[in-house]
Design a protein around this ligand. Structure first.
Ligand SMILES: NC(=O)c1ccc[n+]([C@@H]2O[C@H](COP(=O)([O-])OP(=O)(O)OC[C@H]3O[C@@H](n4cnc5c(N)ncnc54)[C@H](O)[C@@H]3O)[C@@H](O)[C@H]2O)c1
Ligand SMILES: O=C(O)C1=N[C@H](C(=O)O)CCC1
Length: 239
């Protein structure tokens, strides 16, 4: 299929390699919001741009009914508005804070662990994410997704970054920036007696890129318009 890459930076370039290997054509590489004319020449769009541009790029896709997979983080204050606009235009949309298979398995592990630990009040939960120094947002989108899963399955009521002066029901998220780190997320349950820790470490950007291409393929083949999740894509691949 013909793909538009909205954002041709580190991720856009990695996605291009994976998409070409899977037989797709990159018809547009844009570092600005695409025009309707540009969008109407493609079958699907993949947005890995910058936080302040994501909503505008998505709106352009929805208005032209171009299926769009969005991996850009740091714009979630406009997510509900994007959902409404997508529905209004009967478009197809997936946002994932993390498209990699490994992190999506880690999400399942995180949810299960949170459910297991819910009744053990002696344990405090902490979260830390580490990314490269060019990252614009903190905490990472993945850390926010992980925190939301824990909050849904525990007595924590909200997350806080930076993780300072935490109230009893606040889950602290620490963020560190180190040259060239692709993405590491650690969740720790600590009591006076011991600690339980789970970590996901991305060794390259290829996992994110493959997941995004799979999501764009899935959306382009999907008949029904709607707002979908990476879970829907992975469930289809499993069956
Ligand atoms: N969901 C995931 O799996 C996942 C994985 C990695 C990165 N990300 C996110 O993807 C985004 C991009 O990451 P990156 O490492 O490629 O960043 P990057 O800075 O290397 O690339 C971003 C690109 O977007 C371009 N850009 C600026 N304004 C634009 C606009 N209006 N329209 C389109 N493009 C525009 C920039 O010129 C740049 O080339 C970030 O938000 C990051 O957090 C998500
Ligand atoms: O490199 C980035 O930037 C990443 N962003 C996503 C996030 O914010 O969670 C996914 C991991 C890499």
């Amino acid at each position: 299929m013909k793909i538009a890459l909205l954002g041709y930076g580190k991720m856009g370039k990695t996605i291009e390699k994976i998409a070409l290997n899977r037989g797709h054509k990159i018809s547009l590489k844009a570092n600005q919001t695409p025009t309707s004319e540009e969008l109407n020449a493609v079958d699907a769009a993949i947005d890995f741009s910058v936080p302040h541009a994501a909503f505008q790029n998505l709106s352009a896709c929805f208005k032209n009914q171009i299926p769009v997979a969005c991996g850009t983080t740091g714009w979630l204050n406009q997510y509900q508005e994007a959902v409404e606009l997508c529905k209004q235009h009967k478009a197809k949309f997936i946002y994932a804070s993390n498209f990699s298979l490994g992190v999506n398995l880690f999400f399942e592990l995180n949810e299960t662990l949170a459910k297991m630990m819910r009744k053990f009040e002696a344990y405090q939960v902490g979260m830390k994410e580490i990314h490269h120094t060019q990252k614009l947002d903190a905490p990472s989108g993945t850390a926010i997704s992980l925190a939301e899963q824990i909050i849904e399955n525990s007595n924590y009521s909200n997350w806080k970054h930076p993780a300072k002066n935490l109230a009893k029901n606040e889950l602290g998220i620490e963020a560190e920036r180190i040259e060239d780190v692709k993405g590491t997320h650690t969740i720790t349950y600590t009591s006076e007696i011991d600690s339980i820790e789970i970590t996901h470490k991305a060794n390259s950007r290829e996992g994110f890129a493959l997941g995004a291409v799979l999501a764009a393929e899935w959306l382009a083949n999907k008949k029904e318009p709607g707002v979908y999740q990476m879970k829907d894509v992975l469930n289809t691949l499993k069956s």
